[in-house]
Design a protein around this ligand. Structure first.
Ligand code: ADP
Ligand code: ZN
Ligand code: ZN
Length: 673
């Protein structure tokens, strides 16, 4: 019997699917996974059929009127994954499904060739593997069903070569592959490396493609023209068929977490996608996330390790410089006047690198010329009117909010006391650039941060200039710490490692360790002595610094895991963060009170919720962003499924929310601000 009722996930903020009937002409054609147009209120909306039944609902139903014939039938592995995503991350399933499809119509997409996405390349052949690479590859090759691997390989150990030879075998089995990398590492350099091996087989999806490019790339995968999809996290939503392997490179990267709308973690979502496709998945990193490391230790992931750089190249020599004692020994000859942030050894190394025509890079995770401007007469600072955060100084007189991009001119006189004693405090990349310019007037200097590098084009230009030797000293934020590989870069300085130590985030130490290791990994990748790294800090005894000196990832991880275990933080406890948002301070406080009462009530009414810890609600570390007032409630629990049902009950039907407020659940939160 042809089914008469259809469950449709419509593109609207609804938690479940809606039931529809169908007009005669389409009824017999409908099944799970088909895209349709349906009436919703007075509008027509798109939707995807999730289920068919013969049971009538209680209401009078509307008809499915048309099938979106252009769109492909979504396959079972993908649908099951979307269903998991919606449930786990508490997000409307119809909206997730809507984001599956490309922005433009298919027809006309190949009228003129698009070649900017995949660069022209010279073909390359498989390299003969090092012993470590070979051992890892062999383990990967004989697995064809679901199995997560953690590939822990030091920077420069040749992980990409392992991926490429694995891909080759995957294609030979007639399967396709998905490779996820952080948006920032998805450079032409990286795409070129894959394209030189797999030429016409590669599609690329990231958030900087034009609608036309995205539509074209999407269809080339769906039509089976391209077998390898390389992308940033959003590539997960391309319903690629017949997956034979998923690779997540730099799996520890926080940018795999999307912080808006659907707050998913692409690494975790990839594991589930591999499960629904029943294929292996490789998570690669030089500094695995503690979540993945613990999974490997517990035997859930198979651990593969590469402890050496290829061709016996050494790891860089890392020297820690204590900035506290800098003043004592920094007698400089020839009246060179060193700025407060630059130590003598780093200065001398920069100078000698310059003389020898090698390249150097300086990292500082802070933009601008100064952290803030302060009136020294009355102590007032310049705050953003929209956010509870002080403005950062750029240039000589430009104050900018790093949260909402609000900007104003630095006034001559203090708003409060009219005094003119305004001091600029702190350090940013722009100031480093100014100082370097003064110290090395003949050097070719470039700066890479969000002010200078607006888009992909800027980044590509920068890479070209590094490769062609048009830059002697590169100054940048973490933007340039990721994945880049420059043959002549032999000296790296981390200007101030302390940035980030004191963030109100239980992952702050882990992040610092990862950053330090990544930054060091940029040095000396193509020279035998491994290059030189200077880490300047006021806290040389900080664990992230002590362990990163000798790149002792495992010691670091074990120490950090012990601390997490004591406090039941991930990976031992699961977290869910409920962001409570209101358009006024009163409304958000009312919301916080109500939420606390509901949580309390749940715990009292159901004894099974005993292991769920409720922390807060309390004001968020940044109480106001873009004129929204923010409080938060943190839930902690060792048992994921228990936490999930608690979250659903806590949120309920949302009818209890005061006017002008909303609740945004964030499951496995990454940013706690
Ligand atoms: P990782 O991703 O682990 O940091 P890469 O894959 O970027 O390391 O490799 C570092 C460098 O070593 C690259 O220039 C790469 O071409 C080279 N390389 C990798 N494997 C081999 C090999 N087996 N023989 C020679 N060179 C290799
Ligand atoms: Zn003042
Ligand atoms: Zn702001």
């Amino acid at each position: 019997m042809t089914p008469q009722y259809f469950q449709v996930a419509v593109n609207a903020p609804l938690s479940g699917a809606l039931t529809y009937t169908a007009t005669q002409n389409v009824q017999s054609l409908l099944s799970r996974g088909i895209s349709v147009q349906v009436p919703l209120g007075k509008r027509m909306v798109s939707g995807v059929i999730l289920d068919t039944t013969n049971e009538a609902g209680a209401f009078e139903l509307k008809d499915i009127e048309t099938i979106n014939e252009e769109l492909p039938l979504l396959h079972e592995a993908y649908l099951q994954w979307v269903e998991w995503m919606a449930k786990y991350y508490m997000h409307p399933i119809g909206q997730i499904l809507a984001s599956t499809f490309p922005p433009l119509k298919k027809k006309g997409r190949s009228q003129e060739p698009l070649n900017s996405v995949i660069p022209e390349v010279i073909p390359s052949k498989d390299l003969s593997l090092t012993q470590e690479q070979d051992i890892c590859l062999q383990q990967l090759l004989h697995v064809e069903q679901f199995q997560p691997f953690l590939l822990h390989g030091v920077t420069g150990s040749g992980k990409t070569e392992v991926y490429m030879q694995l891909l080759k075998k995957t294609l030979a089995r007639g399967k396709s592959a998905l490779i996820l990398v952080p948006e920032i590492s998805l450079t032409p350099q990286l795409i070129q490396r894959f394209a030189s091996r797999f030429k016409d087989q590669i599609a690329v999806i990231h958030s900087h493609l034009t609608p036309r490019e995205k539509t074209q790339q999407w269809w080339s995968v769906i039509d089976g023209e391209k077998k390898i999809l390389i992308g940033a996290r959003s590539a997960l939503f391309c319903p690629i068929k017949n997956l034979g392997v998923i690779i997540v490179d730099e799996e520890h990267e926080p940018s795999f977490k999307q912080e808006e709308k659907l707050k998913y973690h692409a690494r975790d979502a990839s594991i589930v996608l591999a499960k629904t496709h029943n294929c292996p998945i490789v998570l690669g990193s030089a500094t695995p996330s503690l979540e993945s490391w613990q999974n490997a230790k517990a035997g859930k992931y198979q651990l593969l390790q590469m402890k050496n750089r290829v061709n016996d190249r050494k790891m860089p020599d890392v020297e820690i410089i204590d900035l506290k004692s800098k003043k004592d020994h920094d007698e400089m000859p020839n009246s060179v006047d060193l700025p407060f942030w630059l130590s003598k050894p780093l200065y001398l190394a920069l100078q000698s690198n310059l003389e020898n025509k090698w390249q150097s890079a300086l990292f500082l995770n802070r933009r601008g010329t100064a952290q803030m401007a302060l009136c020294t007469s009355c102590g007032s600072t310049f705050e953003c009117p929209n956010c509870s955060i002080s403005l950062t100084l750029h240039g000589q007189s430009h104050l900018v909010c790093h949260y909402c991009d609000y900007s104003e001119k630095l006034p001559e006189k203090c708003h409060h006391c009219e005094s003119g004693d305004i001091e600029k405090i702190g350090l940013g990349t722009e100031l480093v650039e100014n100082d370097i310019f003064r110290l090395f007037p003949h050097a070719k200097i470039a700066r890479a941060d969000r002010d200078e590098i607006g888009g992909r084009k800027d980044l590509e230009e920068l890479i070209e200039n590094m490769e062609s030797g048009n830059i002697d000293i590169l100054i940048g934020t973490q933007m340039i710490a990721k994945g880049l590989d420059f043959p002549k870069l032999t000296l790296v300085g981390l200007v101030l490692a302390d940035v980030g130590f004191n963030l109100p985030d239980f992952r702050a130490t882990e992040r610092s360790f990862q950053l330090l290791t990544q930054v060091s990994g940029r040095a000396g990748r193509h020279v035998d002595d491994g290059g030189k790294v200077f880490i300047q800090t006021f806290n040389p005894e900080h664990p992230s610094i002590v362990y990163s000196k000798d790149l002792q990832y495992e010691l670091f991880a074990d120490m950090e895991l012990r601390e997490r275990q004591e406090l039941l933080y991930p990976p031992f406890g699961r977290l869910a963060l409920f962001r409570l948002i209101g358009n006024s301070n009163d409304s958000v406080e009312e919301l916080a009170t109500k939420t606390a009462l509901r949580a309390d009530h749940l715990k009292k009414s159901y004894t099974q919720y005993e292991p769920v810890q409720v922390l807060g609600p309390c004001p968020a570390p940044i109480v106001k962003i873009r004129n929204n007032y923010r409080h938060q409630l943190l839930l902690k629990c060792p048992e994921p499924s228990l936490l999930q049902s608690f979250c659903y009950q806590l949120l309920g039907d949302t009818k209890w929310l005061p006017a002008g407020t909303k609740v945004q659940p964030d499951i496995d939160p990454v940013s706690m601000l």
